[in-house]
Design a protein around this ligand. Structure first.
Ligand code: ADP
Length: 545
């Protein structure tokens, strides 16, 4: 024996989501989880209820024959049962597969089959959707969550009956290694077929710990969290795990995501932290500000609320608009592949005393890499770009909660580098302070006469104009210049389009003449993707003739 040898004396305990559940049952018994039902009434549970029900779900799944690694799909809105699935399915050794209910029936069927989903848990209000694709899939058991009180009468099982008949006296968590899978989610497949990303206990626990840190969610047990981010996509950005770990009160909007409904919900249980994509908050602020003219006391925005907004570029105008009502927007950037939190724009110490303009400018960036994420920018020659705020290239990331492959897809060079980093397809620069500024997605960049134009920058500037509610800029083919920018606009109520004035405004904001959109198209609403972002592919189809 070599005297100088040494091994860690720490316990070889695997990181586990079950610990968060046990902790919530033990420490936060009286903290609340509120869900909005389809009839818009509110359902209250405590974490003690959720703890009991989640273990009942796990036990019930085991009794139904679930084996370790089996996939259990969910087709659900945001509510307490979905939270129970987030923990109950892994507790039984299963893998929760969140199906995106906004996709077409055929797409959902394809994804469920690719994942080989064995069981399905579905909201009763989504049964009409399920009926459109059920025959194409092979679910052995379908468990229906009864919200409306209507009986469904099929061979399906009833979630509440199943739980009430389950005795957890002898329940034991299924043993696992920290690298065992807990959940999976498919990318939206805007390029090619959707691909499955599979998360583990380890990746999820580490992502949760990082997310909860002070400069990011800064989650406390006194917080009231309003996740508008769908639980069926990208783990609802991980916040259900964080809330369980910290015992924060959760308020789930259920199927009601219209701005009026969200504002109503925010009156019922004023949040201290809300999460969602920019389009959600654009709709909400428009509705709120319109109502101020006619019914000034109908809604109040929760002053001091923190809001994490991401999934698409957050316009500076949106950040300013919320700030005037005492709500600060933090921007986050990430992907399904990255769990998803990768960068967050928060006030770093060196900018604490910066001017408001500088604070807004930084808030409109994607932000700084979070701990455990390594980030680099690779230029067209495969070289690292300097962090000088100028050089742009593809963002590549690596870390313990970044996927290193896709479910049953051979690792491809266009997705992963030779040294194993994820190629994000997002184009950005990073400045000396570590702030990432996303210029575009590779496929959304506009190449005009050999020069790149950033659609994100144009959108940001257009939405800063007083007449514009929403702007999405796309490339359309052009014989002379190869591509030119076209701006799709939604005007504010009562406003009219003045192309000359918009051109002047853009030039004042620093755009050169050749960068200005050639065409403006007015729409009632910019089409949205299944995750609520501007649907540029659809816009290109609409306007490319
Ligand atoms: P999809 O949008 O295809 O459904 P994801 O939900 O995984 O897939 O979205 C990831 C993509 O969203 C990123 O690659 C990036 O293009 C975009 N995105 C996310 N956050 C931001 C942000 N803060 N700014 C700009 N783009 C963002």
């Amino acid at each position: 024996m070599n005297d100088s040898s040494i091994v860690s004396t720490m316990m070889p305990v695997h990181l586990s989501l079950n610990h968060f559940l046990e902790r919530a049952g033990l420490l936060f018994a009286t903290n609340e989880v509120i869900s909005r039902r389809p009839d818009k009434s509110y359902l209250h549970h405590t974490y003690a209820d959720i703890y009991t029900r989640t273990r009942q779900l796990a036990q019930a799944l085991l009794q139904l024959g679930l084996k370790k690694g089996d996939r259990v799909a969910t087709l659900c809105w945001n509510h307490h049962v979905h939270l129970e699935c987030y923990f109950g399915i892994p507790a039984a050794g299963g893998v929760m597969h969140t199906l995106n209910l906004r996709l077409s029936a055929d797409e959902i069927a394809w994804i469920a089959n690719d994942a080989k989903d064995r069981f399905l848990i579905v909201d009763d209000v989504l049964l009409p959707l399920l009926n459109q694709f059920k025959d194409q899939c092979h679910f052995e058991k379908i468990i229906v969550v009864p919200f409306t009180g209507q009986t469904h009468g099929g061979p399906e099982l009833d979630y509440e009956t199943l739980l009430s008949q389950t005795d957890t006296t002898n329940f034991q968590y299924v043993e696992h290694h920290e690298d065992d899978p807990v959940s999976m989610c498919y990318t939206s497949g805007t390029t090619g077929k959707p691909k499955g990303v599979v998360y583990s206990h380890r990746s999820t626990v580490l992502h949760t710990l990082v997310g909860c840190l002070g400069d990011f969610w800064s989650l406390k047990s006194t917080d009231v969290v309003f996740p508008v981010t769908p639980m069926f996509h990208a783990n609802s950005w991980g916040i259900p795990y964080g809330a369980m770990m910290m015992g924060a009160k959760l308020v789930f909007p259920g199927p009601h995501l219209h701005p009026e409904d969200l504002l109503d919900c925010m009156q019922y249980a004023p949040p201290t932290l809300a999460l969602g994509v920019p389009t959600i908050w654009m709709g909400l602020i428009q509705t709120y500000e319109n109502a101020l003219q006619t019914q000034p006391n109908r809604w109040h925005l929760p002053k001091g609320m923190r809001s994490l907004v991401g999934g698409a570029a957050v316009p500076q105008a949106l950040i300013k608009a919320f700030d005037t009502h005492g709500i600060w927007i933090m921007q986050g950037w990430g992907m399904t592949e990255t769990s998803p939190l990768c960068t967050v724009s928060y006030t770093k110490a060196e900018f604490a005393d910066a001017s408001d303009d500088e604070k807004y400018r930084r808030a409109a960036m994607a932000g700084v890499p979070v701990p455990l994420v390594d980030l680099r920018i690779r230029d067209d020659n495969g070289l690292n770009a300097a962090w000088d705020g100028q050089q742009v290239g593809e963002i590549q990331v690596s870390g313990p909660f970044i996927t290193g492959s896709y479910h049953q897809v051979p690792v491809q060079a266009d997705k992963f580098t030779d040294d194993g980093w994820l190629r994000t397809g997002d184009v950005a620069s990073v400045d000396a302070a570590g702030f990432v500024r996303i210029t575009d997605r590779t496929k959304d960049l506009i190449k005009s006469g050999g020069e790149w134009i950033s659609s994100v920058d144009l959108e940001n500037a257009l939405m800063a104009h007083s007449t514009i509610a929403e702007a999405a800029v796309i490339a359309i083919p052009d014989i002379k210049w190869s591509e030119r920018p076209l701006a799709c606009l939604v005007l504010k109520p009562g406003a009219t389009l003045d192309a000359q004035e918009l051109g002047n405004h853009l030039q004042q904001m620093g755009f050169a003449k050749w960068q200005l959109p050639d065409r403006y198209e007015l729409l009632d609403q910019i089409p949205r993707t299944s995750t609520g972002k501007f649907y540029k592919l659809r816009l290109r189809e609409m306007f490319t003739h």
